[in-house]
Design a protein around this ligand. Structure first.
Ligand code: FE2
Ligand code: FE2
Length: 490
C-alpha cells in the first residue's frame, strides 16, 4: 500500500475523532454506573467512588492510546482517514451497549462478546479484528469492574469474562475469515460459543442466578447472537462508512447485478473478455497475497465504460462491421480512450465502490493506442503528437489496478495469437509487462519485480488453460464416411 502524506486537516480530524470517542465512552460509563446505581438503590456517587472515575478515565485513555499506536505503526493510511477510526469506535460502543444490556437483562453468558471481532473482520480485516477484540474485551472489563456491573459477580468471575471474550473473538476471527456465506458464518459462530460453555463448567465462576440450564443455553447462543447482531449491523456500517465487504463484492459479481446484466445484453464480447480477465486477475491476486475477490470484481467492471458505445470495440463487432472505417484515426482514438473515464463516471453514478471505479479509470494507465497512431501517421505528412493517442491515466495506483492492466493486455494479446503454444503465450505476456514497465506504468503503485514475475507466471498458466492448443485428431474413416474430428472444440 502506497503511503500518502498527512496534511493538517487529516491530523485534526483524527485527533477530534479520538477525543470525542474517549468522551463518549466515559459518558457511557457514567450512564451505566447511574443505571446500576438506580437498580441497586444507590446514587451514582455511592455506586462509583470519585477516585474510581479517575482510575477508569486513565485506564480508558491508555487503551485508546494503544489503539492509536497500533494503527500508527500497522496501517497509517487506514488511520489517516478519520472515518475509519470512527467506524471502529462505533463498533466498540455498540459492542459495549449490547453486551451490557444482554448480560444485565437476559443472562451474563449470552453476551455477544465476539461481535466486535466479527464486525471488524469483515469491515477491516483479520489482523485488526484480533486487535480490536482485545481492546473491546479490556474496555468491557473496565466497565464491568468500575461501574458495578459485577456487584453480584465475584472479581474472580470478571477475569474469566476477559479470557472468554479474548478466546471467543479470536476463534471467530480465524474461523470466519474468508467466508462469504451468512449461513456458514452462523454455523461457525457456535465455535465462538465454546469458551462461554467452558466457563459455565468452572466451579469458581458464578454468574447470574446460577440456573445451570439457563446459563448453558445462553452460553451456547452467545456466538450465534453475536452473528445475528452482526448481520443486522453490517449493512448499516457498509452504508455509512462506504466499506467494500466480501458480501458487497459477491453481490456485484452476481450476473443479475444491474451493470453486469447490461454488459451481457449490450456488449456480450466485452462481458466474455471481462470474465476471462476476472479469472486471471483472481489467480494473480491470490498468488501475491492481494484481495482475490476485490480483484475479481474490479475485472468484471473494468470495461463498463464500453457500454456507452459498445460497437466501437473489437470484441463486440461482427466481422464485416467496423464503424472505425468511417472515422479519422484521431476520432477513433478519442472514442477508444474515453472508455476509462466513461467507466469511472458510470461506476460512481451507479454507487459502485470507489476502489472499483478507480481500477476502471486506471487500467490502461497512460498507454498509447498504437493502432490508430500508426494509422494517423500513414495519413498525415507532418508530425503526429503521440500524446493525442494516449490514455489520459492515471497510471495504476494499486497492485490490483496493475494486475488488471496486465491481465487485460495479456488476454487481448493472446486472443489474437494464431499459435497459442505455452511458449508463444509466455512471450506475449512478458512483452505486455515489459512494454508497460518501459513506459513507467507501474511507477505509481508499490508492485515489486518479484511480484511482477509471479504475475507473469500466473497469467501464462491461466491463459494456457483458457486458450489451450487444440489437439490435432487424425481423420478416421468409418465405412465410407470421412469424419474430421478436429471440428470438435476442446
Ligand atoms: Fe479497457
Ligand atoms: Fe479490457
Amino acid at each position: 500500500m502506497k503511503l500518502t502524506a498527512w496534511n493538517k486537516k487529516d491530523i485534526v480530524k483524527v485527533a477530534i475523532t479520538y477525543v470525542v470517542n474517549a468522551v463518549i465512552l466515559f459518558l457511557m460509563f457514567v450512564a451505566m454506573a447511574a443505571v446500576n446505581g438506580v437498580s441497586q438503590g444507590h446514587t451514582v456517587e455511592e455506586q462509583v467512588a470519585p477516585a474510581a472515575f479517575f482510575d477508569f478515565a486513565i485506564l480508558l485513555l491508555i487503551l485508546i492510546a494503544v489503539t492509536f499506536m497500533y494503527f500508527f505503526f500497522e496501517n497509517r493510511n487506514f488511520l489517516r482517514n478519520a472515518a475509519n477510526s470512527e467506524m471502529l469506535f462505533l463498533i466498540i460502543e455498540f459492542g459495549v451497549i449490547i453486551s451490557y444490556a444482554s448480560g444485565t437483562y437476559i443472562n451474563p453468558y449470552i453476551r455477544p462478546v465476539a461481535l466486535v471481532a466479527i464486525l471488524t473482520l469483515f469491515l477491516s480485516g483479520s489482523g485488526d479484528s484480533v486487535f480490536m477484540n482485545f481492546i473491546f474485551v479490556m474496555i468491557m472489563f473496565l466497565f464491568d469492574s468500575f461501574s458495578g456491573n459485577i456487584s453480584e459477580y465475584t472479581d474472580f468471575s470478571t477475569v474469566f469474562f476477559v479470557a472468554m471474550g479474548l478466546a471467543s473473538g479470536i476463534i471467530a476471527s480465524y474461523t470466519m475469515k474468508g467466508l462469504y456465506s451468512r449461513l456458514k458464518i452462523m454455523l461457525m459462530s457456535f465455535l465462538a460459543s465454546l469458551p462461554a460453555l467452558m466457563c459455565i463448567a468452572l466451579p469458581m465462576v458464578e454468574f447470574g442466578d446460577g440456573n445451570f440450564i439457563a446459563n448453558l443455553v445462553s452460553g451456547a447462543l452467545s456466538g450465534p447472537f453475536a452473528t445475528a447482531v452482526f448481520i443486522i449491523l453490517l449493512p448499516v456500517f457498509e452504508g455509512i462508512f462506504k466499506k467494500v465487504t466480501c458480501f458487497k463484492l459477491a453481490e456485484l459479481t452476481d450476473h443479475k447485478a444491474k451493470l453486469i446484466k447490461k454488459l451481457i445484453t449490450k456488449a456480450p464480447g466485452t462481458f466474455n473478455h471481462s470474465i476471462v480477465v476476472s479469472n486471471i486477475a483472481e489467480a494473480c491476486a491470490t498468488a501475491i497475497g492481494e484481495d482475490a475477490l476485490l480483484a475479481r470484481t474490479c475485472a468484471y467492471y473494468h470495461d463498463i465504460g464500453k457500454l456507452r458505445r459498445p460497437e466501437f470495440f473489437k470484441e463486440n463487432q461482427a466481422d464485416d462491421n467496423n464503424p472505425h472505417n468511417d472515422l479519422t484515426p484521431e476520432l477513433s482514438a478519442n472514442i477508444i480512450k474515453s472508455h476509462t473515464q466513461d467507466g469511472y463516471a458510470l461506476a460512481l453514478k451507479n454507487g459502485l465502490p470507489k476502489d472499483i471505479a478507480d481500477v476502471s479509470l486506471q487500467h490502461h494507465g497512460t498507454m498509447p493506442i498504437l493502432f490508430f497512431y500508426d494509422k494517423a501517421k500513414k495519413f498525415t505528412d507532418g508530425e503526429v503528437p503521440l500524446t493525442n493517442y494516449c490514455y489520459s491515466g492515471p497510471k495504476p495506483q494499486s497492485k490490483i489496478a496493475a494486475i488488471i492492466m496486465i491481465a487485460d493486455g495479456s488476454e487481448a494479446a493472446t486472443r489474437t495469437l494464431k499459435d497459442r503454444t505455452r511458449e508463444n503465450v509466455t512471450k506475449a505476456v512478458k512483452k505486455i509487462v515489459s512494454d508497460r514497465m518501459q513506459l513507467g506504468q507501474f511507477d505509481e503503485c508499490e508492485i515489486t519485480l518479484k511480484e511482477l514475475n509471479i504475475i507473469i507466471h500466473t497469467v501464462v498458466n491461466s491463459l494456457s488453460g483458457v486458450y489451450h492448443s487444440r489437439i490435432e485428431y487424425p481423420k478416421v474413416s468409418l465405412e465410407g464416411l470421412d469424419i474430421d474430428e478436429d471440428k470438435d472444440e476442446r
